[in-house]
Design a protein around this ligand. Sequence first.
Ligand SMILES: Nc1nc2c(ncn2[C@@H]2O[C@H](COP(=O)(O)OP(=O)(O)OP(=O)(O)O)[C@@H](O)[C@H]2O)c(=O)[nH]1
Ligand SMILES: [Mg+2]
Length: 448
Amino acid sequence: MKMLLLGQSESGKSTTLKTMQMAYTPKAWAQERASWKAVIQLNLIRSINTIVDALAEELSAPQSPATRHSLHSSDEGHSPPTDQLLIPQDRRGPLMMLRMRLTPLRQVETDLKMRLGAGADEIVDASLMSGVEAMMATPFDDSTYPTPSRRFTPKEAVVRSHRAWKEREKARKEKDRALTMRPNSPSDPRDTATDVLVGCADDMSALWLDPVVRDIVRRRRVMSQLGDSAEYFLTCISRIATRDYKPSDNDVLRARIRTLGVQEYNLTFEVYDSLDDTRGLAREWAIYDVGGSRTSRAAWLPYFSDINCILFLAPISAFDERLAEDKRINRLEDSFILWLSICKSELLKGAIFILFMNKCDLLESKINAGIQVSRYMTSYGSRPNDFASFSSYLKTKFKDVQSANSPEKRAFYGYMTSVVDYEATAKTLASVRDGIIQLHLRDAAFVG
Ligand SMILES: Nc1nc2c(ncn2[C@@H]2O[C@H](COP(=O)(O)OP(=O)(O)OP(=O)(O)O)[C@@H](O)[C@H]2O)c(=O)[nH]1
Ligand SMILES: [Mg+2]
């Protein structure tokens, strides 16, 4: 069975793949889990450095008129209305010191990025720099490229270069193990990232918990620049910034590293129901995980030709967000453009389609926080601003797009998911997998 994971960047494709690895190849996964430590450390450090940047800007910014006024009043001997100060006078010194003590994290961020390769950098807004073609929403459209051929894509190079970080991290872990097996051996002398993190643990917690810093983070909307897992890692500082930290499955599901190109995973299921498995359908799956940004989508087409199943992820919490690679485009709109194009693809007409309307947990939080959907999606009109109404509206919309654009009649299989929830996702995936196998067997019997 061949499955292709599709969807825009940060839709949750790689996270879904990790769930499959955890559920179906647990022994192989146990070997891989530790290699995610560096990614998690980088995710945490990047968040801390971004918060420090915001703090630094506020510390060096000219005082606001209200602040100037209050300082002036203070000069004249009146007590300043400190609630008007962005950073109260008595907190400036301690926060400057805190900032200085966190400086070593800059070098660690650079080093970890070097170690992990290009995927460690999030994509930046390229809309003003690159040509129009590079930023097309669907450069894989059948009509755009007549004859797909994997020979002409740099697949091998891309796969190798992307996998490289995992292989390097695994090799590092092996070396660490050999080193620490020696009697009286100190901890790995090369692991300066962990050393610095451990040294900065208390200051990182102090920064994250500081009410003044919290206020800066809120006012400057820092969390929205940081991706969906930043808060998770920031609330786990004391657990992660320790010398013997070992990533848990939940940590790995939250860890973010961008996928470059197309990655092929051959999963031989260690755990599977035997069903009717005479042809190994339930056992051997090739899964292709792609990079989802607009700059990566031209590489998808060669993988369309002999695929059995498309698992499409649409992060529905992103109704109020814009694409990282092109800030002019609303993310939900981009998901619909992608979905339409995938549905109408002639090359994919024989494939089973599964849709995950993902990040439901984040959608629920946004709606509970009072964010109005209709401000961002005018077609939603005056419908109720609650999770159930909006999610069912979207489900109908995705279904309508599919039935209006598929070259042949095809069943709609749509699921509401939060793929960082392992238990729920594993259950959904199990029923998806059984369904795919049964459909495949039925079609094979029909054809044969
Ligand atoms: N809260 C929450 N976070 C999620 C969910 N799905 C994915 N994430 C997080 O979103 C981030 C991006 O997920 P990825 O799986 O890396 O996204 P991707 O689709 O592979 O992105 P590209 O490789 O850039 O195409 C990760 O930090 C995930 O942990 C979800 O349902 N809820
Ligand atoms: Mg990915």
